[in-house]
Design a protein around this ligand. Structure first.
Ligand SMILES: [Zn+2]
Length: 349
């Protein structure tokens, strides 16, 4: 029978499966070839039982050509093997993987949220990760901050984190910033990255990330965790609901308990941090639907997920019709009445 294989008409035996066709065509390294029949991807596990019919249009998508070492812009053999489980996803493929390798994400905080987020981004092959955190690893962090081990106690978090992430994936470029995000450093830092993960702890930092991303025009994903609860939302500044649309100004210091005061189940950071990494990967790939204009809330005690649809507030102090905040300033990220007491109130998540 005749098939149209990669644009050419070819005569092949009748009643042939995809697996047999790969053999018949002497396709090299068939484990790294994706197959489309009539422009529909065929799942690898179905190669053996999927039969071709007369006139089918068959496309082989090669991650590698001719069994030779990859050329510029292509993946190395090791990368093909490392990312093979996502390369076969239609939403990723070779082009998506190259996008991820060419992308950058800034993690503001590498604690309870930042640890799992960074771990999965590194594993997925996001090419450049920026880590900003001025804290040192403490013993009480190990209950949830999975980038660190007992031997890291006393070390700078960004250094310990970079070591763990590099060990996982030596392909990556990891930039470390062992200082506090401030209104003077935030904009230039954020401009250098494609996407930002708000993995901060105190409210001042959460408002600072929101405001800085707005002025830098960078998308980011917010998450907050406390006790057994967590929330997450992605923000495309100027286009979708921002953190200030939902929470106009920071609460007075002490009005909302910190994790150090109220406690935190370590897995909550895992839940929310992994959701943040998922949003980052979707954004970088340009696939799926982002968690914008809806706040996802989790109460892990009941394992209750709830989605609150939101919209941009016309009265938002930052992105509303008559904005009050017109430049990045730390004056706007602390509760005015409590500003004097705020200094040093950050807690470790
Ligand atoms: Zn807003």
């Amino acid at each position: 029978m005749k098939l149209f294989i990669n644009g050419k008409t070819k005569e092949v035996p009748d009643s042939i499966t995809v697996k047999q066709l790969l053999e018949y065509e002497s396709v090299e390294m068939p484990q790294y070839v994706s197959v489309q029949i009539n422009e529909e991807f065929v799942r690898r596990e179905l190669f053996e039982q999927t039969y071709l019919s007369e006139g089918d249009k068959v496309d082989f998508l090669y991650y590698m050509g001719g069994g030779q070492q990859a050329g510029p812009g292509d993946l190395t053999m090791e990368q093909v093997e490392r990312y093979s489980r996502q390369l076969i996803l239609e939403e990723v493929g070779l082009a998506g993987q190259q996008k991820l390798l060419g992308s950058s994400v800034l993690l503001v905080g590498v604690g309870g949220l930042g640890s799992p987020a960074a771990y999965y981004l590194a594993a997925a092959g996001v090419g450049r990760l920026g880590l900003i955190d001025y804290d040192k690893v403490e013993m009480n962090n190990l209950q949830r901050q999975i980038l660190f081990n007992a031997g890291d106690v006393g070390k700078l978090k960004v250094q310990a984190a970079a070591k763990t992430l590099s060990a996982l994936n030596p392909d990556l470029q990891i930039e470390t910033y062992p200082y506090r995000l401030s209104d003077t450093t935030a904009l230039s830092l954020i401009k250098d990255y494609d996407f930002v993960i708000d993995a901060t702890d105190g409210f001042a930092n959460k408002f600072l990330v929101n405001d800085a991303c707005f002025f830098a025009g960078k998308p980011f994903v917010h998450a907050g965790i406390l006790r057994f609860e967590g929330q997450v939302i992605t923000v495309l500044p100027g286009k979708t609901t921002c953190y200030r649309c939902l929470f106009p100004t920071p609460p007075p210091s002490g009005a909302v308990p910190s994790c150090a005061q109220a406690g935190i189940m370590g897995v909550l950071g895992g839940f929310m941090g992994v959701l943040q990494a998922t949003e980052a990967i979707k954004y970088l790939l340009g696939k799926g639907e982002l968690l914008t204009d809806r706040l996802l809330y989790l109460d892990a005690r009941q394992m209750y997920f709830h989605q609150i649809n939101t919209g941009r507030s016309p009265n938002c102090l930052l992105c509303g019709e008559n904005p009050v905040i017109t430049e990045l300033s730390e004056e706007h990220v602390t509760c005015p009445a409590a500003a004097a007491k705020e200094a040093g109130s950050d807690e470790n998540f």
